[in-house]
Design a binder for this molecule. Structure first.
Ligand SMILES: [Zn+2]
Length: 472
């Protein structure tokens, strides 16, 4: 990866205009702020911890440069998390003040400031303090609203700064979480290869996007960014810098897809993220020793696993499914039999009633499944395309997917969980999650191929069977 790839990605990003990643650059905030927000005054938004590690320096530098509009706004609630009540607090505090937010922090602070700024129709700047997730540069904020976690569409930061000296000192588990979130791009890339096979550039359809340059933004430097999990764990600057770049590029790739509608996350999120989204919707929490280790808020007793850790377990599950796909003679697929068995929308919705009836996931799964449902004719056409192109497609998927054992080894090396039990899931729940994750998003992934071609039960049974890698 290089400065050129960042520059080229920035050019394709629609909202972020500036990013600098480097060592000892925290004092450049005033210079960048003045250039990106001419005539504006700043307010630092942080929590006590991020204020200590970077916010104070940023505040002082802005003050000395005469760019401070208001004293820093510190969210000091010990139970601070990405909940909408905090968005309202920030928004109401800033409403009558003519200041531009400078969010200093990682996932929570950035998501809160992003949404609050978006509601105030103000652009903002972000100073990253950890390589813990890929949301810095994305046009969306993952925020819980009355108990339900929702990705709200909102504008990405106009300017971003990532000081590697600060990020390298972040808790290693935050880095591990970011590494797992970046690793997910391996299988989400495979999902896109599969979907693009079905895409019709003349008649583009949401959920079956053709390849765009967003693919290169994410994938070109991915292998390099993931090659040194041990170094990332130890906070070695080179590894941390590559990881940070990779995470930022994911958001730029999403911004470049803007013509597909706000927040199309295809370049950075596939079936592995559907597991994580499902567990969010199920309000999955865990407690005890593992929660202390892999939870998002270590000072709470019962809590959710961090985003990256849920995504990491999802990535392992989907990697295992891709390995089975590569072993399956798809060139022999009996298309007529698959089409014959294809359930009508009515039957599929009945399946959803049984799976989600009475829960708040039900209406969501109903809409998403309806959106992606195809007729028997369309199904035949889709399966024919994949069957006919299987030799070439198989080769590109083989090149894309990193083998399960190697994936597990690297995730363990960075310090991320590699067994579902480590995030409070038993095997049955993981097994069920394959079926449930498939229903909650209209984006075409390996789960859709498995379902439509009639391999779903066979593959899941094999994954959890006698010699299955997910058996435990
Ligand atoms: Zn993610």
């Amino acid at each position: 990866m290089s400065k050129e790839s960042i520059a080229s990605a920035l050019k394709q990003a629609t909202e972020t205009k500036f990013l600098e990643i480097g060592s000892d650059i925290i004092n450049k905030v005033p210079e960048i702020f003045a250039a990106q927000f001419p005539g504006k005054k700043a307010i630092v938004i942080a929590d006590p911890n991020t204020y200590k590690v970077a916010g104070e320096k940023v505040h002082k530098a802005l003050k000395e440069a005469g760019l401070e509009g208001e004293e820093p706004y510190i969210l000091d609630d010990p139970n601070l998390y990405a909940d909408y009540v905090f968005v309202e607090k920030i928004r109401d505090y800033l409403k009558d003040k003519d200041v531009t937010p400078v969010a200093v922090g990682s996932g929570v602070i950035n998501d809160l400031a992003k949404r609050a700024s978006s509601e105030l129709k103000r652009s903002y700047m972000c100073v990253a303090t950890a390589a813990s997730m890929d949301g810095y540069s994305s046009a969306g904020a993952s925020i819980t609203n009355k108990g339900a976690k929702i990705t709200h569409a909102c504008e990405a930061p106009k300017a971003l700064l990532a000081d590697i000296d600060i990020i390298a000192d972040a808790p290693p588990l935050m880095t591990a979480s970011g590494y797992a979130d970046l690793y997910a791009k391996v299988v989400s890339g495979a999902d896109w290869l599969l979907a693009a096979e079905l895409a019709d550039p003349q008649n583009p359809k949401k959920g079956i996007e053709p390849m765009t340059s967003a693919w290169n933004i994410v994938q070109d430097g991915l292998a390099e960014a993931l090659q040194d999990p041990e170094g990332a764990k130890k906070g070695e600057h080179k590894a941390i810098e590559l990881l940070t770049e990779g995470l930022m590029l994911g958001g730029f790739a999403m911004q470049s897809m803007e013509s597909w509608g706000a927040g199309v996350s295809r370049p950075a999120s596939g079936s592995e993220h559907q597991f994580s989204h499902l567990w969010d919707m199920e309000h999955h929490t865990f407690k005890g020793e593992m929660a202390k280790k892999f939870g998002l808020y270590p000072n709470q007793d019962e809590q959710a696993p961090s985003h990256g850790f849920k995504v990491g377990i999802g990535t392992l599950a989907i990697t295992a499914m891709y390995e089975l796909m590569l072993k399956t003679p798809v060139e022999e697929l009996d298309i007529d039999a698959a089409v014959e068995k294809w359930p009508s929308l009515e039957e599929q919705l009945k399946e959803i009633d049984e799976m989600f009836g009475g829960s708040d996931i039900h209406p969501f799964a109903t809409t998403q499944t309806t959106d992606k449902c195809v007729s028997k004719e369309e199904l035949k056409e889709q399966l024919t395309k994949i069957k006919n192109n299987w030799p070439a497609l198989k080769e590109s998927i083989r090149k894309q997917v990193i083998p399960y054992n190697e994936t597990k080894k690297r995730l363990a090396a960075v310090g991320a969980p590699v067994e579902p039990e480590e995030i409070g899931m038993d095997r049955n729940r993981l097994r069920e999650s394959f079926y449930r994750a498939h229903k909650i998003r209209s984006r075409y992934t390996i789960l859709d191929f498995a379902y439509r071609a009639g391999y779903f039960d066979q593959w899941v049974n094999e994954l959890f069977g006698e010699n299955g890698v997910l058996k435990g």
